[in-house]
Design a protein around this ligand. Structure first.
Ligand SMILES: Cc1cc2nc3c(=O)[nH]c(=O)nc-3n(C[C@H](O)[C@H](O)[C@H](O)COP(=O)(O)O)c2cc1C
Length: 219
């Protein structure tokens, strides 16, 4: 499939085929998608809980109770579910940690470049912490960027997905003790393979998007 075909092939799966499981080889690629996503200043302010077992998916389904019950089957019947979590803050220990990982990965030919990276990342973080006062929001934006790449990436592997903001973030933070670890749940994405009966498949329900004339300004 070329890119346009992949874009038209993918849609938000509303019903998964419970008999199909994503192979271990594909899960390795899925994990690479999550880990290799770009982020501003390479801050990587995320953590991913990947549920594969029935028990794991039931734990994530604790976030699809009450008002969010419409998403429960999408969690329980998927092959895997990824819970995207964002950092709550980026303290000095974390900034040093990212820097040291980059150093180990060979990013810095000399100490000056390493210092430059440290101060550059801190300048950006400080703009969000002090000037814009949206540090947590900024980090969450990086997580959303990851989700965007993830949705297209899994589609390129022929894997269906359901992005879900309709989750009880507080319940999931409690279930996984996220706040104490410096994280909070942002969104979940179920992945697997579409059921033939899925009403939302593009052969039954065509996609809808705003027209080109509205969304592009060509200059
Ligand atoms: C961030 C985000 C959150 C979403 N949350 C939900 C959700 O909780 N439940 C659901 O069934 N679909 C959810 N969707 C799916 C959207 O409704 C869907 O992407 C949109 O209608 C476009 O359709 P398509 O994905 O089939 O192309 C979400 C999509 C995104 C990107």
């Amino acid at each position: 499939m070329n890119l346009k075909e992949t874009l038209n092939w993918r849609y938000t799966a509303k019903e998964f085929d419970t008999t199909k499981k994503i192979s271990d080889t594909d899960i390795e690629q899925v994990k690479a998608l999550l880990r290799m996503s770009p982020s501003s200043t390479n801050i990587q302010p995320w953590h991913f809980i990947i549920a594969e077992t029935k028990e794991g998916k039931e734990r994530i389904a604790k976030g699809t109770q009450g008002f969010f019950h419409f998403n429960e089957p999408k969690v329980l019947n998927a092959s895997h579910v990824v819970l995207f979590c964002s950092r709550i803050t980026a303290d000095e220990d974390y900034m040093q940690h990212v820097l040291e990982v980059e150093d180990k990965d060979g990013r810095f030919p000399n100490e000056d470049i390493k210092k430059g990276m440290y101060s550059g990342r801190n300048i950006f973080a400080d703009i969000h912490k002090y000037d814009l006062k949206d540090l947590q929001h900024w980090m969450e934006k990086q997580v959303y960027l990851n989700i965007g790449g993830f949705l297209l990436g899994v589609a390129s592997l022929g894997i269906d997905a359901t992005p879900m903001e309709g989750i009880d973030v507080k319940a999931l933070d409690e279930e996984f003790g996220l706040r104490a670890k410096g994280f909070t749940a942002v969104a979940a994405v179920s992945i697997g393979y579409r059921a033939e009966s899925d009403f939302n498949s593009t052969d039954k329900t065509p996609k809808s998007r705003l027209p080109e004339s509205e969304v592009f300004t060509n200059i």
